[in-house]
Design a protein. Sequence first.
Length: 320
Amino acid sequence: MARHKIALIGAGQIGGTLAHLAGLKELGDVVLFDIAEGIPQGKGLDIAESAPVDGFDAKYKGANDYSAIEGADVIIVTAGVPRKPGMSRDDLIGINLKVMEAVGNGIKQYAPNAFVICITNPLDAMVWALQKFSGLKPEKIVGMAGVLDSARFRHFLAEEFNVSVKDVTAFVLGGHGDDMVPLVRYSTVAGVPLPDLVKMGWTTQEKLDAMVERTRKGGGEIVNLLKTGSAFYAPAASAIAMAESYLKDQKRVLPCAAYLSGQYGVNGMFVGVPIVIGENGVERIVEVEFSADEKAMFEKSVASVQGLIDACKQINATLA
Ligand SMILES: NC(=O)c1ccc[n+]([C@@H]2O[C@H](COP(=O)([O-])OP(=O)(O)OC[C@H]3O[C@@H](n4cnc5c(N)ncnc54)[C@H](O)[C@@H]3O)[C@@H](O)[C@H]2O)c1
Ligand SMILES: O=C(O)C[C@H](O)C(=O)O
């Protein structure tokens, strides 16, 4: 059986990490595409030269021409610019929307049947625009944010409870902004919901609230530390988990920005919700019940995403 083909559009910090992880996990052969000449070729060659040491088989190709992505099974998009300290993700909208137009046209021409994972920020608006520009079926395109935001929450929880991250589950839904929705009722340690752990005295409500807030600001925390760009190890690991679920038909239940057509009362937008990813792409959108407070938080987050989509339509009239 031929190996899968994984195309990475954007060969920067996340793109390079994705390429390395895809090889280490033997997910398939990798094409790195970027507008910067030499970067995708250099990163591809460097990683290919690590393969004999780590003992994995994968072919690497760097390219500056979209024809190289032809026939890709999975495409992960990180093309664009990241934020720097003092900026919000939303400040990237103008420049990255133009990038999504070029990327969408490339996908439409060379890989219209791929499963596409968008990472570029502001995430929920960029994945929406990328779907419009590429014409991909809504079940074949998702945005990566919830897996990352949930992983951050899981890390903070595992540190607080001094337990293995493997025994901590978390669901962060909504848009990938500071008003994202970490759902404490649906987050657990060994299956015990977080509010019960507060009742048991294992942590306090104040500490839990602080972890929720730190999760919401998790991206900015890394930006302020790095100063030159944003997080890339955890974002790449998160997108690889999504790609692996598709390529291996794992049917994992992961929080991702998915196209909603009425679910959660939302129509025609991509917002972070739990979905099942299998060989058909988005195979199910899981509609969990919200309390009144959770519903209000989710609606506030959706309103922020709607504002970004409206801004995209203002910038590019073809999207209106
Ligand atoms: N969704 C998330 O959770 C999440 C997490 C982290 C970062 N991000 C976003 O991902 C994006 C990439 O982050 P990064 O750290 O890899 O940035 P980076 O600057 O290291 O890499 C971006 C790459 O995109 C390339 N590029 C720019 N315009 C292009 C175009 N038109 N076509 C092809 N390539 C193009 C650049 O040359 C660069 O190599 C940013 O927008 C960032 O905000 C999102
Ligand atoms: O915060 C950013 O700008 C990058 C990304 O969205 C993140 O959450 O790490």
